[in-house]
Ligand binder design. Structure first.
Ligand code: TRP
Ligand code: SF4
Length: 399
């Protein structure tokens, strides 16, 4: 059985090279070793872009085409859309009931983003709930690993806390406390008090000796208790109820940071991006117009790759031989900047070719993409429904 990996991306339209190198490339790789679930986080997009209703439909499918173009294989990975699996919203609602407000207010991205996106009103209930919705996305599939960037680490951490709290609150059979009390009565007053003391000590400080002492008292009384109550008291000693929502782990794999054409973070809104399926002529033009070392004004001026964004592209795209040629040629003014850029242009065009090839049949037949997403959504929904069945029962909602 392969372990399950789950991740999502907000639909921002056609993806660029920064998305590919920073995340997507890794998603593709993970397909070999994990059962992968990848979804379009369209509700998350709405937490910040709730006024923009035209873009969503097109952006969703453009992004899925890029995923498949990059090498996501719909036969191996489950590709789906968040808003088409309503169970995410149900789990979000149920988790919201017991989530302390402070947990959400303290998530670092919350104040950060409000500061950064000053032109939007993010003092909304939905935006505060962003990481809780993300927790629901993850927990509903009982994912073992969540590949995300460092910026999302706090969201996975919150997810773990939410799962822990949920299991603590609801991971017990109905009437659990009563059952424990009646089993304890069979131990006798002194042993019962001793047991309680050890349970507290272990629960509060993880004291393993206390755990062992508590277990010894229970085992001593095993004959009187019978198998079921022995199990019950041993489980209670560890504070363990049933694990209904397993805690996921963040997966921070090495990713390649590709900056934008101007050296800043690559982003469509900064106008410094190259789309994954950018027209070849445009790729060439964009690279040729890229700024270089600002101190290398004339062809005869020596330059310093350290000051040049083109060099950062060479670090992602070029072999060590080429990189050596760049460093020498730049510092000695032996090569011109256009000459220096050519291997980068060639490498990007080479990288993009298979993406174009895989995207072409999907662009020609949009129904195929929709069918892929439909099948993935069905599969995802089946699992989400099973989890919700357990969650409802655990919360006493199974009338
Ligand atoms: N917040 C993530 C991002 O901005 C997107 C996302 C939503 C996500 N739900 C998720 C990622 C669940 C991983 C798991 O990139
Ligand atoms: Fe940049 Fe290359 Fe020009 Fe040097 S030669 S400034 S590395 S583009």
């Amino acid at each position: 059985m392969k372990q399950r990996v789950l991740s999502g991306m907000r639909p921002t339209g056609a993806l660029h090279l920064g998305h590919y190198h920073g995340a997507l490339k890794n998603w593709v790789r993970l397909q070999d070793d994990y059962e992968c679930f990848y979804f379009v986080a369209d509700w998350h997009a709405l937490t910040t872009h709730y006024e923009e209703r035209e873009v969503m439909g097109r952006y969703v499918y453009d992004m899925v085409i890029d995923w498949i173009a990059a090498g996501l294989d719909p036969d191996r990975s489950t590709i789906f859309i968040q808003s088409r699996v309503l169970e995410h919203a149900e789990l979000f609602t149920l988790l919201a009931m017991g989530t302390p407000l402070g947990w959400l207010e303290r998530v670092p991205t919350y104040k950060d983003q409000i500061e950064k996106l000053k032109d939007r009103d993010l003092a909304t209930y939905g935006f505060l709930g962003y990481p809780l919705l993300q927790a629901a996305d993850i927990l509903i599939y009982k994912a073992a690993y969540v590949p995300v960037g460092e910026d999302q680490a706090s969201h996975v951490e919150l997810t773990r806390e939410i799962a822990r709290r949920f299991n603590h609150l609801y991971g017990r059979v109905p009437g659990f406390e009563g059952l424990v009390a009646s089993a304890l009565a069979k131990l006798g007053k002194d042993d019962a008090r001793y047991y309680e003391k050890q349970r507290k000590a272990f629960g509060e400080s993880g004291d393993e000796q206390a755990l062992a002492k508590g277990e010894a008292v229970v085992r001593k009384a095993a004959v009187v208790l019978g198998a079921e109550e022995t199990e019950l008291l041993l489980g209670n000693l560890r504070g363990a109820g049933r694990t209904i929502l397993p805690e996921p782990q963040a997966m921070h794999t090495e990713v390649t940071k590709l900056p934008g054409l101007d050296g800043a973070k690559m982003s469509k809104s900064y106008g410094n991006a190259i789309a994954m399926r950018e027209e070849p002529a445009l790729v060439e033009q964009k690279i040729r117009r890229m700024p270089t070392d600002p101190q290398r004004v004339r062809r005869t001026d020596p330059g310093d790759p350290g000051r040049c964004p083109v060099w950062q592209f060479h670090q992602v795209y070029s072999s060590s031989d080429t990189r050596e040629w760049v460093v020498k040629g730049c510092r000695s003014a032996g090569i011109g900047c256009l000459e220096c850029k050519q291997p980068v242009i060639d490498a990007i065009l080479r990288e993009q070719q298979p993406w174009r090839d895989r995207a072409a049949p999907l662009l020609a037949d949009p129904k195929r993409v929709r069918d892929i997403v439909e099948a993935g959504t069905e599969r995802a929904r089946g699992i989400a429904q099973q989890t919700m069945h357990d969650v409802r029962a655990a919360m006493g909602l199974a009338y």
